[in-house]
Design a protein around this ligand. Sequence first.
Ligand code: ADP
Ligand code: MG
Length: 693
Amino acid sequence: MTEPREQRPVTALRGVGDALAARLAVLGVETVQDLLFVLPTRYEDRTRVQPIGSLIAGGRAVVEGEVQLTEVVFRRRRQMLCRIADGSGFLTLRFFHFSSAQQQGLERGNRLRCFGEVRRGPMGLEIVHPEYRRIFDERSPLEESLTPVYPATEGVSQGKLRVLIVQALRELDSAGVRDWLPSAILAPLGLPPLREALRYVHQPPVDADLDELDAGKHPVQNRLAFEELLTHQVVMRRLRESVRTDAAWVLTDERALEARFISGLPYKLTCAQRRVLDEVGADLVRDRPMARLVQGDVGCGKTVVAAAAMARAVGSGRQAVLMAPTELLAEQHQRNLDAWFRPLGIPVVLVSGSQPARTRRSTLDAIASGEVRIAVGTHTLFQESMQFRELALVIVDEQHRFGVQQRLRLAEKGMASGRHPHQLIMTATPIPRTLAMTAYADLDVSIIDASPPGRKPVKTVVVAETRRSEVVARIDAACRNGRQAYWVCPLIEESEELQCQAAEETAAVLHEALPHLVVRLVHGRIKPREKDATMLAFKAGKIHLLVATTVIEVGVDVSNATLMVIENAERMGLAQLHQLRGRVGRGTCESSCVLLYRAPIGPLARARLNVIRDTNDGFEIARRDLELRGPGELLGTQQTGLSRMRVADLIRDANLLPRVQEAAEILLAQHPDRIAPLTTRWIGTDDRYGRIG
Ligand code: ADP
Ligand code: MG
């Protein structure tokens, strides 16, 4: 066989010259096959004529009628109005661009068949710039299938695209497009064969479920999305395999430290924690580096899972390190971990930029000699020359603060011993699982999908700033009941100085309003030692109200704090609000959160605040966030490496993903030869995937 038919260039089709081919190339269409994978964004039903009298504004419809009057008028702009009637009612066709030939074609008495969007006009219902043609025979045929509407493309009209795709569909019959998915994958899923799916999606029958098609949920669309997702998955897995050929420590935990650590905890691990820990454990006993993301909503208890993994590393005679995004969090982690590990004879050290140089030096020496088994610090430390003896495990907390660069640099740290450390990345950044599996395709993903028992959802209210005094009264009441509260001041992006100043003023005002309460302040400009002391005092219950900037956004854990007020909540992102709110509701007491906003706010800001008010579920919030913003804004496409897909939509097609994973196994193991043609079909020659080869 010569060149496979799939690879035939578009110019093989009738009516495609070099000029059109160039414009199609902009769309990513180079071969005949590519054309078939340009899928409609929606459909129109042009299979039946609707009586004009039954039209409603907002719909699209085919109508037929006789021209009663055509006139050119000036109403702000020159325009042509044509009135048609069919006995059930009349309709105005409005044209802003028209030729005199067109005008002549619309003579009184001519019969027209029109299609377009019906809207309400000054003279009743109208269609602006309808598609229309004159008909001479009432039985002139209508469309037999639903009409596809393709993505708009510069220089390639809908009509042209439709004609080309109809041509390309004929190729299907001559075996021009191969179905690369083995029946071992397709059959159990009940998905249709490729040809059937393609034909249907371009030419759905009259009785097709339009709602299902428009929602992208039809089985034929699933079939195509599945193939695309599968292709991405296998390509990324291959990429990952090529990266993971390094050696890593096998952490068999001869000292059974993990089990001892867990049995020493004051509570039982949740099933979700247990499961994730098993997944992690299975990775750690392999001689290849783990690269696993642990995702879990705020407060679900990620820290203890990480600590158990660290126990395993130390129990295997190696070292572990935890990196936190802020000093505040590093200190908190060090305290928690030390309280857990010291009884087991393993002190946990903090490496901090604010330590006196001598202390720091000796800490670093103890890490380099292997005397220290567990260290905690911020990521900035890892940019310096920190040496380990046998670093086997790196935990990165709250990954969204770390760039990929930092992750890579960190991975190099352990290489002195000739082995890569295992990496465990913990994040509460609520991206839906489905997105995570793509965004972090270089990582395995584990999800802690339940919180410890007894937690009550945080009650959230949205309150105008003008009702501040009521909110202050609420703080008073909570603190009189022995509880504690946070007051979060807004982020002022232009200036940290201004932000701190605003927080200071707020603290002063609240102090005056609540003189009998202990009110303290933390923000970025306060000295670490002082900040530390304040946080400790808050944790110990010696402070009633903690006024803070968003420094407390991540990870702070004080379970007696049950009320949080967030100022100018309308200016914050949903993920950030959710993180902030996660500081309360950590104990068994009823907690609440007050979102203060400054009126007036627009409908979108309002909708966003309502999302936070209505749900406590981080993944649901992320989903709504995506709906309200679009995925690009969530993390920045570059940052996530999220690739735009042609058919699949990660959120909509979430339910397909577990099966995609399974199918990827089959394809990689049994049909590796099919990966290349699938890659060509779905990903093309994008050099991002150059390493796949
Ligand atoms: P996050 O996942 O947000 O980092 P943390 O690890 O800080 O959450 O845990 C939140 C709180 O829940 C901590 O006070 C922790 O001690 C507690 N916790 C964790 N696991 C459990 C559990 N299985 N049962 C009860 N409390 C738990
Ligand atoms: Mg945490």
